[in-house]
Design a protein around this ligand. Structure first.
Ligand code: ATR
Length: 267
């Protein structure tokens, strides 16, 4: 039987085995998908061992996405742009590194949440790996503006330069208010329950405020809700990035909706 797995550290919380098992049942694919905890210093050995025992591909999660990028022998354009890999495809003679995170975000926004990205104004908050991973797929949708802001402004400036887009210091958003149709929180601030220093004026009327984190109401989501924005968490992105990986491995695209509903029912 074809074998797949998600590799990370920690890994016990991962929803990926459940998602991919539901995808496999739905599409009639005969495969297994397990969670593998790799010791922090043994990512490569763990991947090679899984491959040697018949593995066909892997999902990669925290903290190994950059190491997976370095391990891949071939990279897709979006993995190259992201500087990180979340999907490994074992090929004859090598490993293809892919990144499906940005595509997952775009699919969740456009398909599940029925929002348009093309021609819209986007504010991306954060300048770490999570932000970097979604920039190219967002740009490919041709928004009218894609502006990056970050607590540490020079990091946003550097990332913006890499992609030839605009950055804006957070305090400048207070001094000269600007409104956006889509505000995406790609920071890890929600982990510490810390609020972001953003003015309510960034949320244009009818704005979608999207937090890439899931499983909790973050201060960003609470602020956006109070400012009358529509609010979404990153659960749909999780399912859609998995769907994209499943498609790359199996050539079949599962239907996300029932899987998302099943996860929502228990999260
Ligand atoms: P990830 O891979 O999740 O993006 P990262 O590369 O460590 O992780 O980046 C974390 C991001 O969250 C950064 O943009 C960080 O801002 P700084 O560059 O100023 O550190 C942001 N972040 C984390 N905690 C934050 C907080 N409490 N308020 C604002 N931004 C925060």
């Amino acid at each position: 039987m074809d074998k797949y797995a998600v590799i990370g550290h920690p890994i016990s919380h991962s929803q990926s085995p459940r998602i991919h098992t539901l995808f496999a049942q739905q599409t009639g694919q005969v495969m297994t998908y397990e969670a593998i905890l790799a010791p922090l210093t043994e990512f490569r050995q763990t991947v090679e061992s899984f491959r040697a025992h018949g593995g066909r591909g892997m999902s990669v999660t925290v903290p190994f996405k950059e190491e997976a990028y370095r391990m891949a022998t071939r990279l897709s354009d979006r993995a190259q742009a992201a500087g990180a890999v979340n999907t490994l495809i074992f090929e004859e003679g090598g490993i293809l590194g892919e990144n499906t995170d940005g595509a997952g975000l775009v699919r969740d926004i456009t398909q599940n949440l029925s929002r348009t990205i093309t021609g819209r104004r986007i504010l991306l908050v954060g300048a770490g790996g999570a932000a970097r991973g979604v920039i190219l797929p967002l740009l490919n949708m041709k928004p009218s503006e894609l502006v990056i802001t970050n607590r540490t402004a020079p990091k946003a400036e550097a990332l913006a330069r890499t992609f030839g887009i605009e950055s804006c210091p957070m305090d400048a958003l207070f001094l000269s208010p600007r409104a956006f149709d889509l505000v995406i929180n790609a920071t890890s601030s929600g982990l510490s329950e810390a609020a972001l220093d953003l003015p309510d004026s960034v949320f244009a009327p009818g704005c979608l405020a999207y937090d890439m984190m899931y499983g909790r109401l973050t201060p960003f989501m609470a602020q956006a809700h109070a400012a009358h924005a529509r609010v979404a968490d990153g659960l749909g992105m999780l399912v859609e990035q998995a769907s994209e990986a499943f498609f790359l491995w199996r050539g079949v695209r599962p239907v996300s909706e029932p899987v998302l509903a099943a996860l929502k029912g228990t999260s």
